[in-house]
Write a protein that binds this ligand. Structure first.
Ligand code: GRF
Length: 201
């Protein structure tokens, strides 16, 4: 059994896509816990609905060090194979990243390395790119800069604004993230020396 911990801070639509496409439909892959840093995160309600163990580690109640200790402790309650950041709006320390080396992935709503950080879709609209998209990548010690596993391009039309582009990209996020997790679970993803990733499809 390939076990996932999903970290999410908000709406949880990517969590829901992993539940639908993997947790409920692939007997070899299960979400073993959902963790959020925000008490209002809808992701926690989604986890509850699907009877997945969920944990709130309220970032307002702890300093950074305490927060991360609790996070590590919670993840270590399980035999986690992969940590999935699905709309997790908090930067992880190098200590955390190194303790789960090559086992943390993130979904980002742009074609990295373009437009890392917050409001990626607005950055893309403001810059005037004609193509944007989404990226699933491993986490390293720089924000949105780890080895790229998979990307999907989305055309930016002249009438697009931040909201419409976000909606278009999100639809592909919901396909790309579960598909990438499945490839990793099947042992088809390999991180090469430096930063390239090979996939046996
Ligand atoms: C997504 O656009 C994801 O790419 C970004 O944050 C958003 C989370 O959405 N990292 P949701 O909470 O999964 O609905």
């Amino acid at each position: 059994m390939f076990q996932l911990a999903v970290l999410a801070s908000g709406r949880g639509s990517n969590l829901k896509s992993i539940i639908d496409k993997l947790h409920l439909s692939n007997k070899n892959i299960k979400i073993t816990c959902v963790i959020s840093n925000k008490k209002e995160a809808k992701a926690l309600k989604i986890a509850k609905k699907y009877k997945i163990p969920f944990y709130l580690i309220d970032e307002n109640r702890y300093n950074e060090k305490e927060y991360e200790e609790k996070l590590i402790k919670t993840i270590n309650l399980y035999n986690i194979d992969l940590i999935v950041l699905a709309g997790y709006m908090k930067i992880l320390s190098p200590k955390f990243v190194n303790s789960f080396k090559d086992s943390i992935i993130n979904i980002h709503p742009s074609l990295l390395p373009s437009f890392p950080g917050l409001h990626a879709q607005k950055q893309a609209i403001d810059y005037g790119v004609k193509i944007s998209g989404c990226t699933v990548h491993y986490i390293n010690n720089k924000v949105d800069a780890g080895p790229i596993i998979k990307q999907k391009a989305v055309k930016v039309e002249k009438q697009d604004d931040e909201a419409s582009l976000s909606k278009k990209i999100l639809k592909y996020e919901h396909q790309l993230l579960p598909a990438t997790i499945e490839l990793i679970a099947q042992g088809k993803v390999q991180i090469n020396k430096y930063r390239t990733v090979s996939i046996k499809e």
